[in-house]
Design a protein around this ligand. Sequence first.
Ligand code: DAH
Length: 349
Amino acid sequence: MNAIEWKGKLSAIRDSFSVSITKEPAENPEALELHFLGRKGELALLLRDLKDIPLEERKPLGALGNTAKQEMEAKLAELKGATGAAGPAVKAGIDLTLPGWPFPKGSLHPLTHTMNRLAEGFLKLGFTMADGPLIEDDYHNFEALNFPPFHPARDMQDTFYVDAKDSGGKSLLLRTQTSGVQIRSMEKQDPPLRVFHTGRVFRSEAVDASHSFAFHQIEGLYVDKGVSMADLKWTVDTFIKDLFGSAVKTRFNPSYFPFVEPGAEVDMSCIFCKSAAGRCPVCKGTGWLEMLGAGVVHPNVLKACKYDPEKWSGFAFGAGIERFAMLLYGISDMRMLYENDLRILKQVQ
Ligand code: DAH
């Protein structure tokens, strides 16, 4: 090969390199590098051919070859940088090495998540989901639940009355408890019946760490032949263990709610004070946490719904969902659940 032929070959390699490097979509830079600059690449082989050319002509040709090599290396480095991210973006002057905009994933609110967990548990136990209105009438919220007008137990649940012109003469109020859903379910369906409901309730309460004018409850009702306190105890114990683990214990204390007889308040053994009994701030050292109200459905309630109390019996229970959520997520102040603080909201993923 003489010097002219060598120069011709060099320029052919450069042309073919320029075509390859500007292709769209871009070629793999490593493959191009191997093809042109590798040990057996086109340029390397051509440079090796220099040895056949007379010494005096070899020097300028060598310089030309090296310049070509440097240019190719620079272009390849550029291509590597660009394809390492996204070719067109780099060409458009966008710096892909900058950190991206945060795009946080949304998650369920701890209360929604708690309601879903409770719902899952009751669906597994064969309960179906029931519903009822937030603006309720006095009959469903109180009277059919065995709270006659002026019954003192109404005072425990002071509420917001609604002044509506089209109420059809009914006294309307923001429901104080989900127990009205028991009545609505029994009105709709003949026994046997097994339902639960989760939803918002309202009371005329001053807001503090454990009270709010709006909060959430879960309500359950099971009516069949021969349903007893024993069925209630098993059901409550099962769902509490499902949520808080099989090591927790439950206990029933006698209590009064007009729509159940006997009525009970159910406690769960404190999940925080295993080793610090006597000093635990959550259960105040008692070792027990009050979790729900429950009991055997009062015959007057069954009668109001045209269920024959001689034939059917049932149990009912109701609990505050905030309480469950606070214990499940270790939240000490109920208000935190409504403030949309991301540190609280992010606890559920
Ligand atoms: N509705 C009651 C309350 O808000 C809670 C309750 C107690 C519900 C006993 C029940 C029950 O179904 O049987 O205080």
